[in-house]
Ligand binder design. Structure first.
Ligand SMILES: *[C@@H]1O[C@H](CO)[C@@H](O)[C@H](O)[C@H]1NC(C)=O
Ligand SMILES: *[C@@H]1O[C@H](CO)[C@@H](O)[C@H](O)[C@H]1NC(C)=O
Length: 714
């Protein structure tokens, strides 16, 4: 073995080193599931941008919109294509588009952006069509997907610019959409396309350079005590008008309108009379610029009052790597809109506009309120009857003074590293009879984070790599009934099951991930999906909040593996931990080993440098994991090192060379240790994710190696 080879082995090992104290901040996923080839996926050569999806359980289809194509895929297995339609841009349209200065191959193509259900057989489709948004009906009849070919103008329903975010929702036969309504992309609007079309005022107090993210419908008229109306909620970010900063600051907002709104008679004619908006409070424990909302999922409850919006946020500054998830309850939002104070603008010094809380008298009926029993008692039966005072007020002051507070007062999840992009949430009934919200969060590098918040404790059960290359997840859809998740990126669509309990073959491995979908079934001795278990008698167990494995059957002790010790050789003992959050502890006889001139502990095992006779004996590798404040200890591997009966046989090098190699290795390991110490000091300031930490460690070490190389050249 040459010196170079020894160096390369040790330096290679260093790339896998994981140092540091026990990770307790849970910003790291407990487990990382790397990309698996057996994931069901769909993509077609020459087609890109798989970013629009519509689940049709009734038809057994997942409709997938891409660039110039729409696919009808089997909802149980999206690699099975049932039918497709292509909708290429015409040459004429493309020419018009390029003549206006847009890029032919990127912008002047036809991106499918909207897919909505209309009725049993029909869907509504809108696409950018080379900066000339167009909509059409599409049917699925006799196994065939067909466009009606009755193209209609899509202005206000779908953006011109394929890169612009927008959102829409179909309520009955009415399409509510929030998008830019001009070629330049500079005129934002929230519109309803129906027999009675409505739009927003073109004022910066209504929208100020917004980025629309999500819309949803909440049927608040159901069982309403005050004769209230249904609502459509819109989530977006925009320039803050209310802050006195010298530079622009973006804030996240929620706006809402009433379904029954018909606009005003003179003031706000054909405009929303019920448009109200509020800031979303999404502050992190540490000071930062406001986070920016990226995606929202409405976790519906039978009682709409208990429905919850889950929102993922990214940092405002590109220097920060902190994303977060916050949740907002529908009733709390509703109370702020229905009862909260308004903001209003005043002229401060040198005619500078300042937004402050409105303290004057609020007109009756309350501005922005839906037509409810109070209004009806006053003889006001539709928004057309609203008095001018109410309408003038809302036209000027649509912003609420109060921000919507997050459900638990703070974030449900904070994660450093690759930014979070999309979210869906499943409500999972566990064995304890409680429902847990399991969040599936897409990232900009092709992973899904599966996370829960157990009474304030942020916990990422696992991260699953869905795309082989690090591409952003642009869309996520969840079929709770099928237990399937669908993800789309620029390059393909992938399907994954919400859980894979059978992956865990031992009781402790089933319980420690604290996955609400999985339980240990004593009767079969398997880790099974909770909903596949018979309802009674209960023969299975979970321990979600505690992660308590004390009820697991006693495990057989790990059998010792015999290993031959050849004096003067380096010995590598491997040990793979089951959790990213666990720390490894190596013991030799009764003594705990630390990395030093003799031992090198790395994430894959232990290296004993230049072993000698006294190293013979029993080595144990323990995994130590903190679970909700408790320590869980487990022996993962045991080795029995025995002195070789024929010393020197396996090593053909001369004793002298072995010694010089030994010295070199010793020096290098000392160097490794030094770098480790430097790194620990550098890290001293604040805790970081283990991944990041590892990357940083590698960077520091590589720097050190370069330094060493430079030195040796002198
Ligand atoms: C479904 O909607 C389309 C488009 O509005 C309409 O032409 C068709 O008659 C409807 N079909 C049914 C079965 O209602
Ligand atoms: C479509 O995908 C390509 C990569 O193939 C990407 O560069 C482009 O930005 C995507 N366009 C949209 C509108 O998402």
């Amino acid at each position: 073995m040459s010196l170079l080879k020894a160096l390369s082995i040790i330096c290679g090992l260093m790339l896998h080193v994981s140092h540091g104290a026990l990770n307790t901040n849970y910003c790291a996923p407990r487990k990382t599931v790397p990309y698996q080839n057996e994931l069901k996926m769909f993509r077609e050569d020459g087609i890109s941008n798989y970013s629009t999806m519509l689940m049709r359980d009734d038809l057994g289809l997942l409709l997938l919109g891409a660039r110039e194509a729409i696919y009808a895929l089997d909802i149980d297995d999206i690699s099975v294509r049932k039918s497709e339609v292509y909708w290429p841009v015409t040459e004429e349209k493309q020419r018009e588009c390029t003549n206006k200065g847009k890029n032919a191959e990127v912008e002047c193509r036809n991106y499918i952006r909207t897919l909505h259900r209309v009725n049993d057989t029909a869907m509504y489709v809108c696409s950018t069509n080379a900066f000339s948004p167009t909509c059409d009906y599409m049917t699925f009849v006799g196994g065939q997907l067909k466009l009606k070919g009755k193209q209609e103008k899509g202005k206000g329903k779908c953006p011109y610019d394929p890169l612009q975010r927008y959102s829409s929702v179909m309520v009955g036969n009415d399409l509510y959409s929030a998008t830019s309504i001009n070629f330049m992309g500079s005129k934002p609007a929230l519109r309803r396309s129906s027999n009675l079309a409505l739009g927003t005022e073109d004022k910066s107090s209504w929208f100020s350079d917004p980025n629309f993210v999500h819309m949803d419908f909440v049927g608040e008229s159901f069982d309403s005590s005050d004769g209230d109306d249904d609502k459509v909620y819109l989530f977006f970010s925009e320039n803050a008008i209310e802050y006195d900063f010298y530079s622009k600051v973006t804030v996240s907002r929620v706006a809402r309108v009433c379904k029954g709104d018909m606009g005003g008679r003179w003031t706000l004619e054909r405009k929303w009379t019920s448009f109200l908006k509020a800031r979303l409070d999404c502050s992190l424990p540490e000071p930062s610029l406001p986070l920016i909302v990226q995606d929202v999922f409405l976790l519906k409850h039978q009682d709409w009052r208990k429905s919850v919006f889950y929102a993922v946020f990214k940092p405002q500054s590109s220097l920060s790597q902190v994303s977060a998830v916050f949740a907002y309850n529908v009733s709390i939002m509703r109370n702020i809109f229905n009862e909260g104070k308004f903001k209003t603008s005043i002229f401060a010094y040198n005619s500078h506009v300042k937004w402050v809380m409105y303290t004057g008298e609020v007109p009756v009926p309350r501005p922005g309120a839906c037509i409810n029993d109070v209004a009806r008692k006053m003889g006001i039966n539709s928004s057309l009857d609203l008095p001018d005072k109410t309408l003038q007020f809302i036209k000027e002051n649509p912003l609420m003074d109060e921000a919507v507070p997050p459900l638990t007062g703070g974030p449900l999840l904070v994660k450093r590293g690759a930014l979070l992009t999309r979210i869906v949430v499943d409500s999972v009934l566990a064995l304890d009879g409680e429902r847990y919200a399991v969040m599936f969060i897409g990232t900009e590098n092709g992973f899904v984070q599966k996370a829960v918040n157990y009474a304030g404790e942020m916990f990422i059960i696992e991260e699953i790599q869905l795309f082989e290359n690090p591409e952003p997840i642009n869309i996520l859809r969840l079929s709770s009934t099928k237990g399937l998740l669908y993800a789309g990126s620029d390059f393909g669509a992938v399907q994954m099951p919400v859980s894979n309990c059978s992956r865990y073959d031992m009781c402790v491995d089933c319980i420690l991930p604290r996955d609400p979908y999985c339980a240990w079934d004593f009767s079969t001795g398997r880790c099974s999906s909770v909903h596949s278990l018979p309802p009674s008698p209960i023969t299975a167990m979970q321990s979600l909040k505690e992660g308590d494995v004390s009820q697991c059957p006693q495990q057989d002790p790990v059998a010792a593996v015999d290993f031959t010790l050849v004096p003067q050789n380096n010995i590598q003992l491997s040990c793979q931990l089951h959790s990213n959050l666990a720390q490894v502890i190596w013991r030799f006889s009764d003594q705990t080993l630390h990395s030093n001139h003799k031992y090198y502990i790395y994430s894959g095992g232990l290296l004993i440098l230049s072993a000698n006779e006294s190293d013979a004996g029993l080595y144990t590798c323990d995994s130590v994991e903190q679970i909700n404040g408790r320590t869980y200890n487990r022996t993962v591997a045991v080795y029995h090192l025995q002195l070789s009966s024929e010393p020197g046989v396996e090593d053909s090098t001369t004793p002298g060379r072995v010694t010089s190699l030994g010295v070199a290795v010793g020096l290098l390991s000392l160097f490794c240790l030094c770098m480790g110490v430097i790194f620990c000091i550098w890290r001293g300031g604040r805790p970081t994710c283990s991944k990041e930490r590892e990357e940083a460690a590698v960077a520091v070490r590589l720097e050190g190696l370069r330094y060493l190389n430079d030195k040796s050249e002198i």
